[in-house]
Design a protein around this ligand. Structure first.
Ligand code: ADP
Ligand code: ASP
Ligand code: MG
Length: 457
């Protein structure tokens, strides 16, 4: 589908960490405005580290560390006001100063309530963590306006309508499309750049929700789909999707093109540069997604589309999920008996725990989980009908590439490249776009480096 809507530009926390970084973002948005008719729509995260801090303060408030909480809010306040001071002369800053102060007042009140109640309800939790994005979007909107860009701050709680699954809410497509048409499109038509905090939405009743950690990417895709955006740009602190996690492998390269399928697998299996849900709304509307570096705006980045130019590469990239736990369920009596797998998966579902990798043998089923909060209860339920063995501190290493489908030798080489490492599970997805290998977390860094060397160096 050809889309003629505006470009959506999302800036992550490191791209707006301080006044210098925000200044660079102003330059990038100005450039985007010059080169096309429609103004872009800008989505922005909290300043880097702010969401972590808000979570920590919520927890501290529940334990009545009142002084610590007050100091924490004072730090956040200082960080935003210092950036403001460097970005805007005092005579232009009074409105945004009052707006940020109002968000800080709400934050103090919410933390105070949390202290009195000794815990934060899910809705209070979301209201607290949303303040990072709300404040930073005010700051960026003011900085853009001061830089000569006509802007309109938009409250994301009026634009993204979600279910009430607090802390991991899912968007509701139709109400969101209506809300976006009402709140964002008129601003674009006026030639103003709408600026919204990412990560945040609200229920139909208007109760604040959040979309899960890293969810600003998802916000960009949701808004992009609702607007039929021409392109969704994810601006971050690396040159694009790299052939491996740069925190684990030294010297990975940028992958210039990815298919939607490849990007989804990489995001799901740990390539943090993209939130795993980001690709879905883009696929639904066939909107290209680009990953770009806000510190080096002239790089080509990574372009993600339905049909990337045929690449002769064997793999697109490798990704990993660390510190996962394997649960091995054995039943000589019942395996392969009708209904056994259903019983197994019902246990995981009952405890709201997602499984990532699944393998079966004649007498056992092995699965990995990365959320082990309900593990004890899961194991107890499984033991009612099977033997259960649990192994923690494992990692999933995932090799991704559309060409895995065409050439069976590639999968064999992936497994061969890990020779010498004790492997716990191996699986190839039905899409045959990935090969996943579960190994000890202690072996991950070396294993990933070896795999990367085999295919990319
Ligand atoms: P932002 O604040 O912009 O959302 P994130 O920290 O969420 O940024 O994501 C960017 C980070 O993702 C990079 O700094 C990098 O460390 C990490 N990362 C992990 N795997 C990859 C990969 N394959 N390619 C690029 N970055 C990756
Ligand atoms: N600020 C949120 C987080 O840190 C959302 C995001 O940055 O994408 O999870
Ligand atoms: Mg992110």
């Amino acid at each position: 589908m050809a889309t003629a809507g505006p470009i959506v530009m999302k800036f992550g926390g490191t791209s707006v960490a301080d006044a210098d970084a925000i200044g660079r973002v102003v330059g990038i948005v100005k450039g985007a405005r010059d080169s096309s008719g429609l103004p872009p729509v800008v989505i922005v995260s909290a300043m880097s580290g702010v969401t972590d801090r808000l979570l920590e303060l919520t927890e501290a408030a529940g334990r009545r560390r009142d002084a610590h909480v007050l100091n924490g809010v004072a730090d956040l306040s200082r960080r935003h006001f210092e950036a403001l001071e460097r970005l805007l002369p005092p005579e232009s800053a009074s409105d945004v100063l009052a707006e940020i102060a109002a968000h800080l007042d709400d934050l103090r009140a919410l933390l105070k309530a949390t202290a009195i109640l000794r815990s934060a309800s899910p809705s209070a939790h979301d209201a607290i963590v949303s303040s990072g994005e709300l404040m930073n979007s005010r700051l960026l909107a003011a900085a853009l306006q001061h830089g000569g860009v006509a802007t309109a701050w938009v409250d994301p709680r009026r634009a993204i309508v979600t279910d009430d699954a607090h802390t991991k809410a899912a968007p509701l497509a139709d109400p969101t499309r209506e809300a976006v048409a009402r709140e964002i499109l008129p601003r674009v038509a006026e030639g103003r750049v709408p600026v919204l905090g990412g990560f945040v939405g609200a229920t139909v009743q208007g109760v604040t929700t959040t979309l899960g950690r890293g969810g600003s990417d998802y916000s960009a895709a949701i808004i992009g789909a609702a607007l039929d955006a021409r392109e969704i740009q994810i601006w971050t602190d690396v040159d694009g999707m790299m052939t491996a996690d740069p925190r684990i492998v030294s010297g990975p390269r940028v992958v210039p093109h990815l298919s939607f399928g490849e990007a989804s697998e990489l995001a799901y299996f740990g390539a943090k540069v993209l939130h795993p849900s980001t690709i879905l709304p883009a696929v639904a509307k066939d909107i290209p997604v680009r990953i770009l570096n806000s510190r080096r705006a002239d790089g080509g980045g990574t372009r993600i589309t339905a049909d990337p130019p045929a690449a002769d590469r064997e793999l697109a990239a490798v990704a990993c999920k660390r510190h996962v736990t394997m649960v091995e369920i054995t039943s000589t009596r019942m395996l392969m008996a009708h209904g056994f797998l259903r019983r197994v998966f019902e246990v995981f579902e009952r405890h709201r725990t997602a499984v990532d990798v699944v393998t079966t043998s004649e007498v056992s089923v092995s699965v990995t989980v990365d959320d082990d909060r309900h593990l004890a209860a899961i194991v107890e339920d499984l033991r009612a009908f099977a033997e259960v063995n649990v192994e923690a501190d494992l990692a999933i290493l995932c090799a991704v590439g559309d060409n895995l489908r065409n050439d069976p030798r590639i999968a064999a080489r992936v497994i061969g490249a890990l020779e010498g490492f004790p492997v716990r599970m191996v699986s190839q997805a039905a899409s045959r776009r990935n090969v996943t290998i579960v190994l000890r977390d202690a072996d991950l860094a070396l294993g990933m480096a070896q795999l990367h060397r085999e295919f990319f160096e």
